[in-house]
Design a protein around this ligand. Sequence first.
Ligand code: SF4
Ligand code: SF4
Length: 236
Amino acid sequence: MKKQILEIIFDRFENWSKQFGFACNKGCAVCCTTDVSITAPEGELLLDYILGQHGVDWLSDKLSTIPTHRPLSQTTNEYAKACLEGREVEVNEKRLGGVCPLLVENICTVYPARPFSCRCFASIVCCRQGGNALLPPEYLSAATAVSQIIEHLGQFSLWGTLLDVVSLQAAAAGHISDRDRHQESLAAARGNCLTARPLPGFLIEDTVADQVIPLLEEIFASPIDGRSVEDLLNNR
Ligand code: SF4
Ligand code: SF4
């Protein structure tokens, strides 16, 4: 069921995003770094895809390059909760910025199953040669809100970088061994990962609400087996 919800979220966000003229193209992949963060449901989707398409040896090779310190100090919903409660929010992220090992010859090897962070990273100016990505405020707000929904879907499970989450899931399922060359990386991944939190509310500015809220309503109203995504997210 979580896979179906994720697919709906990805589909609705992609359709909504077509209104923006992004400069991104196939083979343009400066933004494919080891800093990508994901939830457990996204990790499961990715792991299934990798095992089906590339096999366990390929997976084992790719997972031998795991970042060894925690790049993120809080999840998106923890950050949102602090903001909504008026608490001071300290953003102290260590960005590693290494190349994602799932990128081969500038092409994503898991493209159909890539997580939301990869799907929403874009720019209306080409930043391939350097410089910062540029995004409209309504897009940034929508991407944050959708990330929050996905975190809610994976609440109380792993939340961390793609490599950390997938490594721990692969080890738990017996695909890579905790006793072999991954041992040190798995210990680091355990220390790095945070816990996904329930949705505390959205951080949507009034100036972009008219563009963002219809997307969220469309996601929540989408049906799966006679129930809405909103009902499923709320266990109704
Ligand atoms: S965000 Fe920048 S680097 Fe990434 S695909 Fe788009 S234009 Fe290329
Ligand atoms: S999973 Fe794919 S899209 Fe995401 S950072 Fe890695 S290569 Fe890029």
